[in-house]
Design a protein around this ligand. Structure first.
Ligand code: 3HC
Length: 322
């Protein structure tokens, strides 16, 4: 996007770009944008897409084990939605001039990340409830904010995705409510799932603002509209009430209402675990990536068939015109 501009011209372009951002204008694919803005968006949007697709695995494990046909149908719909979210986001990332193959290659090489929460196993049916309630709940906090992101295709993708996430969160919370109000064993299963998914869900919002590599620039360019800590706090405040209603206990002895702040104080995340689970050291990290690579390889014949069909279609069209 530097178009061989002189330093002075580049500076002028960047000033005009920032003025557009400050005026709350949406940046569209054909607009001039700083190369670093484009690269930052490709990074975040592709990792968002990778998260949606990898996130299908832990829940997908329970489609054949759902306790009723009703729960099975709901989980099937949710997992399909997540795949669709991934496709919206890959398509939105492609508008920045990068191919799907490059995006997938960066995931498979490990150079691109995905949300660390998906590197944890789903050990019981209650985990499916905890994922819907907490993981989708955290994703909603983050994605509602991202609806106002400055890049047009990302913002519009978020509007569409948020509509479906609300159903995801409600069905998860209903699973947890049903178990918490069931037998003693069911309540114990729900509490165990909450104990294992609570802290990794808080990690979804990223490091503290002070430790965030990208936040300052992402906020200046309005890629990010609220900070990591601000969204995490919003999620904690809402989750405390939701846990109270279903009489489950959030596993944090430091959780306490702070009248002065008007928010809940809460304990410190295990940042060593965060770094481990984010850089391939999570309990299921290797399995998740291997499964995604295998599925991609298994699907190669479909992509080849589609390409062959497209080129035949183009040939026929060219002949018709000739
Ligand atoms: N897991 C893995 N990596 C994480 C992470 C997490 N939970 N949180 C932060 N990171 C990474 C960042 O990607 C960055 O690494 P990078 O430079 O290699 O990309 C590094 O940690 C530093 O973090 P920053 O705060 O500086 O990075 P960002 O400004 O990008 O903020 C973010 C992190 C808040 C996660 C932001 O990237 C974001 O909003 N991403 C889009 C939201 C997203 O991906 N949500 C998960 C959706 S999955 C889902 O919804 C499925 C559900 O429906 C089941």
């Amino acid at each position: 996007m530097t178009d061989n501009l002189s330093d002075q011209q580049l500076e002028q372009r960047e000033t005009e770009f920032q003025q557009r951002i400050d005026a709350e204008e949406k940046i569209e694919p054909k607009d001039w944008m700083p190369e670093k803005y484009r690269q930052n968006l490709i990074r975040q949007m592709s990792q968002h897409a990778h998260s949606e697709v990898i996130g299908m695995q832990p829940e997908g494990n329970w489609i054949t084990r759902a306790p009723t046909l009703h729960r099975k149908a709901i989980l099937l719909a949710k997992v399909q939605d997540e795949g669709g979210h991934g496709l919206y986001l890959y398509s939105a990332a492609e508008t920045l001039g990068i191919s799907r193959e490059e995006l997938i290659a960066s995931l498979h090489s490990g150079s691109a990340k995905y949300a660390s929460i998906f590197n944890y196993p789903t050990l019981s049916w209650a985990d499916i409830g905890a994922i819907g309630w907490l993981v989708d709940g955290a994703a909603i906090c983050n994605q509602v904010s991202l609806q106002r992101t400055s890049y047009g295709p990302y913002s519009r993708g978020m509007v569409r995705i948020c509509k479906e996430e609300s159903f995801h969160q409600r069905q998860g919370y209903h699973i947890m409510m049903t178990l918490a109000r069931g037998s003693a064993e069911q309540k114990e299963m729900a509490q165990d799932a909450l104990n294992r998914f609570w802290w990794p869900s808080l990690m979804m919002f990223g490091p503290h603002d002070a430790d965030s590599v990208h936040s300052a620039q992402s906020m200046k360019w309005k890629i990010k509209r609220q900070s990591n800590d601000e969204l995490r706090q919003k999620f904690v405040d809402q989750s405390v009430k939701q846990a109270e209603v279903i009489e489950l206990e959030l596993p944090d002895p430091d959780l306490k209402w702070n009248e002065e702040r008007g928010h809940y104080d809460f304990g410190e995340i295990d940042w060593e675990e965060f770094k481990r689970s984010m850089t391939g050291g999570g309990p299921c990290s290797r399995q998740r990536l291997a499964h995604n690579i295998q599925a991609h390889d298994d699907g190669a014949w479909v992509r080849e068939a589609m390409r062959a069909y497209e080129s035949k279609k183009r040939e026929a069209k060219d002949q018709a015109v000739a």
